[in-house]
Design a protein around this ligand. Structure first.
Ligand code: UD1
Length: 422
């Protein structure tokens, strides 16, 4: 298994290009199942999660070709052969469950494995099931699989979600595009990836309004057609690399970044003493002098502080002046990076969903282990700012969500290399 060797050195300066959003691409790809006509995505990120979704769609009979070095995904679902998402694929990636709504809408039937336990929490699918049942689906759990069907097709309905789940919103919106009549989804998630999905569905002929607010209205149509859509910028990759100059010092421009994608996160960086400004090509982040100040963070659904940036923010807080309290409200078990950061000299106490971080100034390099995608990148950030060498093992987690991480960080002056495993 490969590992990453990081040697802490001075400030970082230069530019980092930000890729298309993994989480947007993972919901845009299953949208191909809604139409017989081709759907083409541009600005797709080159990640192992995208390969997993490709394999899943191909297992259903869809054609998926990665063109232009993987940045363009040309997909067609004119000849689907299966409506079963197998456990062997779903267990690798929870987002596989996003084929449920589209398959059900197009074929009136879908069988999707439950994802099972996940490193960062239980992550059940009850909210997806309740929403699709409100549209008239009959869903039962048999042998670890959700068996969903409709008699006479899906029908529009008014449904209020108990919690603004991102994935459930995506599944319900996709299913409702082909339902009979109008669906009003209340307490919908407002994430930019959902706005991106709706923009793509609209290009395919869907009639949807209210995306980006907590009420989304969908007028069902008889069929959707083909489209070409550019995947929105990855706000989590953006936020992660915004932290690189914040933790190491220096000035880095994040190409393709937009403030509206990271408002609440940028506000916390500002409060910590980091400058964030918009430029013609993206966002510029600078830490010119002085130690970072501690700030408190509570993770919340968008537009609140994203849970997917909590681990990386914790790495910064380890080096800050003062005490910072980080409260995780989205996932019940998302502090696995804390003991690894402690191995690097951090002072962190975790009680339930709250981590109290007392800044120690400079961390010390150590061998550490990545436990999930965002944890792995938080350890790389910590290593960039630490004294000496840090080796991060199990970097296959990183390959799920960050393309060319070594090249991007080397480009701004970091000392980082990938060590090939046996
Ligand atoms: C998506 C993102 C993930 C991010 C998360 C929260 C993708 C591919 N992944 O995941 O990176 O961390 O949003 O911003 O877009 N829940 C239930 N029942 C359900 C569904 C969810 O209880 O039916 C719970 C989950 O266990 C979790 C919380 O709701 O505690 C948030 O989950 P959700 O918003 O659904 O996240 P995902 O769509 O899985």
């Amino acid at each position: 298994m490969d590992s990453i060797l990081v040697t802490g050195n001075g400030p970082l300066n230069g530019q980092i290009p930000i890729a298309g959003a993994k989480n947007a691409c993972l919901t845009l790809m299953p949208a191909t199942l809604l139409s017989e006509e081709p759907l083409t995505l541009t600005n797709a990120p080159r990640l192992s999660d995208i390969k997993t979704m490709t394999a899943l769609l191909q297992s259903l009979g869809a054609e998926v070709s990665a063109l232009q070095d993987g940045q363009v995904l040309a997909m067609s679902s004119h000849n689907l052969t299966s409506h079963t998402a197998d456990y062997e694929i779903v267990r690798k990636m929870r987002a596989s469950n996003l084929v449920l709504g589209p398959l059900l809408a197009r074929f009136g039937e879908a069988v999707v494995s439950l994802p099972g336990g996940c490193a960062i929490g239980a992550r059940p699918m009850d909210l997806h099931v309740e929403g699709l049942e409100a549209l008239g689906a009959e869903i039962e759990l048999k042998d670890g699989y959700l068996h969903a069907k409709t008699s006479g097709g899906l029908k529009g309905a008014v449904h209020e979600m108990r919690f603004a789940s991102v994935g459930a919103t995506e599944n319900i919106v996709m299913a409702a595009t082909l339902a009979k009549g109008t669906t009003v989804l209340k307490n919908a998630a407002r994430e930019p990836e959902i706005v991106d999905l709706v923009e793509c569905l609209r290009k395919m002929g869907a009639q949807i309004s209210g995306e980006g607010t907590s009420t989304i209205e969908i007028q069902g149509v008889d069929r959707l057609h083909g489209a070409t859509h550019q995947v929105v910028t990855d706000r989590i990759e953006l936020g992660t690399y915004m932290l690189a100059p914040a933790i190491c010092g220096g000035e880095v421009e994040l190409l393709g970044g937009r403030m509206s994608l990271v408002d609440s996160f940028a506000a916390k960086l500002n409060a910590a003493g980091i400058e964030v400004t918009e430029t013609a090509n993206g966002l510029k982040v600078a830490r010119k002098n002085g130690r970072v100040r501690s700030v408190d963070v509570v993770t919340e659904p968008f537009p609140g502080f994203p849970t997917d940036l909590q681990a990386q923010m914790m790495a910064l807080m380890c080096t800050a002046e003062g005490v910072s309290v980080l409260e995780e409200r989205i996932f019940e078990n998302r502090f696995m990076h804390a003991p690894e950061l402690v191995r690097m000299g951090a002072n962190i106490e975790v009680h339930g969903g709250t981590a109290t971080v007392t800044g120690v100034g400079r961390l010390k390099g150590a061998p550490v282990m990545a436990t999930d995608l965002r944890a792995s990148v938080s350890l790389i950030l910590a290593g960039l700012a630490a004294e000496g060498e840090t080796t991060v093992s199990r970097v296959y987690h990183l390959d799920r969500g960050y393309e060319h991480v070594v090249r991007k960080l080397e480009g701004v002056g970091a000392k980082i290399e990938r060590i090939k495993g046996q």
